[in-house]
Design a protein around this ligand. Structure first.
Ligand SMILES: Cc1cc2nc3c(=O)[nH]c(=O)nc-3n(C[C@H](O)[C@H](O)[C@H](O)COP(=O)(O)O)c2cc1C
Length: 245
């Protein structure tokens, strides 16, 4: 999910920091479980420019500040360890080496604290998954099933049959993200038994008080795409909370 904290160091292995709006930030996170932005666990895992790292002491300290504040506000965080894999390019790594494929972490921190995000059918970055795509995801879901991971998080593409099959093959918590899903249909996958949780990206990014707005049926801020992936605070910490007229 999108970042809401300011990057303090441009370039490889960005360090997470609070930025100048430290005070309101923890309040923004209350009552949320968050999956935080793709973060490389080694320099060899970096696949895009300026993504945050988690492999040096400064990275760890930066992330600790973030997680402690989220916990203090009653929120929960999953960090998204990301090797950009098929999306990576040597020009985006600090040493110009080819990025490495993802590696398992569940045996270090425990399966119950590990989740996995998949994007079947995504064409982002010109990816083509080929004719065996559905078979591969079915195989993967079946192989993952016995591992006891905390969740599987699927960014749903067009293949509804595949989503239903993943649901059938996957015994633990299934989180479904549907790009652009409006608030009226937030619960449709839950009601259909297709998901145990749903996730939102842009709606959460642009509404610091999203749980209250949904609960109380208040209007939502519109996200501003011009500030996406900006690397600064604009568009991450400055959307207003709802103000009654
Ligand atoms: C600014 C921005 C940053 C994002 N960063 C990540 C990321 O680090 N990791 C990830 O898996 N998805 C990331 N996404 C994708 C979202 O998690 C989500 O799948 C996508 O925005 C579609 O859902 P939505 O319509 O609820 O926003 C990002 C999206 C946006 C807009």
């Amino acid at each position: 999910m999108p970042q809401i904290f300011k990057p303090s160091v441009a370039g490889p292995g960005r360090v997470m920091d609070w930025g100048s709006s430290a005070a309101p930030a923890p309040a923004r996170t209350a009552s949320r479980t968050m999956s935080r932005e793709g973060t490389q666990p080694s320099a060899d895992g970096q696949g895009y420019a300026n993504t945050p790292g988690l492999h040096e002491a400064a990275h760890v300290a930066g992330w600790r500040r973030v997680t402690e504040a989220v916990h203090a506000a009653g929120g929960r965080v999953f960090i998204q360890l990301m090797h950009a894999g098929r999306m990576s390019h040597p020009d985006n790594t600090p040493h110009r080496r080819q990025a490495l494929a993802p590696s398992a972490v569940a045996d270090r921190i425990g399966a119950a604290r590990t989740g996995l995000r998949l994007s079947p059918g995504s064409v982002l970055g010109g990816v083509e998954e080929g004719p065996e795509r559905a078979d591969l995801y079915r195989h993967l879901a079946a192989q993952l099933a016995p591992l006891g991971l905390a969740y599987l998080h699927v960014v749903q593409g067009r293949d509804e049959t595949l989503l239903r099959e993943i649901r059938r093959l996957w015994p633990n918590v299934l989180i479904v993200n549907r790009s652009g899903r409006g608030r009226q249909s937030l619960s449709s996958d839950l009601e259909a038994g297709l998901a145990d949780m749903v996730s939102v990206g842009r709606m959460a990014l642009s509404n610091p008080d999203l749980p209250a707005r949904i609960r109380e049926d208040l209007p939502l801020n519109e996200p501003d795409p011009a500030t996406f992936y900006g690397g600064g605070e604009a568009g991450y910490t400055d959307y207003p909370a709802f103000q009654p007229a």
